[in-house]
Design a protein around this ligand. Structure first.
Ligand code: CP3
Length: 341
């Protein structure tokens, strides 16, 4: 097993630096499109053979150092009783959105083996298939990010409904967050029991909060997840997108690895939070459009900065975009390995 990803998570410097990309299984890959042509996205997530197949594609085609389970952060919301659909070209929809205590009472905790067996079966297949390849990363949405979908009903620009609830009706907000946090803990515990070797908590939208509101509305719940899972003994990554202003708090969340988007360079981040941390990131996904020589320079810069950290896991600052040619993704992965060897 290629274990450089796990060793870096534990704080060891590795040669080469491990690399995986958020959304490494996705629409930019023709091999993904082929599977997607036969099944809609949710059906893919719920069919272990299909989910396992697309999880393995970037490992076999691109040579990444870790696989990430193919699923979606919104799957547990549906398992709690929320109505989830993916509208073509519109992204996820939760209907109806949660706006009242009455509605909250209709949602329930999740028993993973009963409510989302397909996720755990996918993991079982992958653990076998990956045994002599690379580790498998499990994941969940962080409680605040899941709550944005539940309360807004989909992707939003203003976050007006969740912020309104948080500011005006903090008791209801806390009850929603308590339930989501409990679900996230049991969901990730089951993933770990099924065999994932690391987990990542995606806090895609917590960056819209001020520092104080991040602490009270997002961090305490993420921290509860990390505290509950610590005894399971797998490395835990916390990725807060657009969270440059929150880095010191992310550093103290209880996670083992700090995921960075591209807005804050690694050197600046380490100056602010100290260099005794494991950093994951942080190439701007759009830089993958660059021709090889210029891409090489941008990757070198990141590797150089990563050398000052306790350990570095190379990633993008956010997911691979559907528009990126797959050969550029492969080129980047090869360059990262070459330039850090
Ligand atoms: O990274 C991976 O390869 C693993 C699979 C994965 C997906 N979504 C597959 C997916 C992971 C880890 C996610 C996480 C996720 N899902 C997040 C957090 C990460 C981030 O992007 O900030 C969020 C916010 C979601 C919710 C979600 N799912 C949205 C907003 C969308 C639509 C956006 C889009 O790109 O169309 C999805 C759909 C989705 N999730 C796709 C994939 C491959 C595209 C589905 C398709 O049409 O084939």
């Amino acid at each position: 097993m290629n274990d450089i990803f796990l060793r870096a998570c534990l704080g060891q410097k590795t040669t080469p630096v491990p690399v995986w990309f958020m959304r490494q299984a996705g629409r930019y890959l023709p091999e993904y499109q082929e599977v997607r042509g036969q099944a809609d996205f949710l059906t893919m997530c719920k069919t272990p053979e299909l989910a396992a197949k697309v999880t393995l594609q970037p490992v076999d085609l691109l040579g990444v150092d870790a696989a990430i389970l193919f699923s979606d952060i919104l799957i547990p919301l549906e398992a709690m009783g929320a109505g989830l659909s993916f509208k073509e070209g519109k992204g996820p929809v939760i209907d109806p959105p949660l706006r009242s205590l009455d509605h909250l009472k209709r949602l329930h905790p999740v028993s993973p083996w009963k409510d989302v067996p397909f996720v755990l079966e996918t993991i079982k297949i992958l653990v076998k298939e990956l045994s002599d390849k690379v580790p498998l990363i499990g994941f969940a949405g962080a409680p605040f990010t899941l709550a944005t979908y539940l309360i807004e009903g989909g992707t939003t620009k203003s976050f007006v409904n969740i912020k309104k609830m948080f500011f005006e009706n903090p008791a209801l907000f806390r009850s929603v967050m308590d339930l989501i946090t409990e679900v996230t803990i049991s969901y990730l515990s089951a993933q770990i029991e099924a065999g994932v070797q690391a987990i990542q908590l995606f806090d895609t939208w917590a960056g819209v909060l001020t520092r104080k509101d991040f602490r009270d509305g997002a961090l305490i719940y993420a921290r509860r997840v990390f505290n509950a899972l610590r005894e399971k003994g797998v490395p835990m990554i916390y990725f807060v997108y657009d969270g440059g202003h929150l880095l010191d708090m992310v550093r103290n969340s209880g996670a083992d690895v700090i995921g960075l988007d591209w807005r804050t360079d690694i050197g600046t981040a380490l100056k602010r939070i100290g260099s005794d941390v494991v950093i994951q990131g942080n190439l701007d996904p759009c830089l993958l459009f660059l021709p090889e020589e210029r891409l090489r320079d941008r990757i070198s810069e990141i590797i150089e900065q990563g050398r000052s950290a306790k350990a570095h896991i190379f990633n993008l600052g956010h997911g691979v975009l559907p528009e990126i040619p797959p050969e550029k993704v492969k080129m980047a992965i090869d360059l990262i390995h070459e330039l850090s060897s």
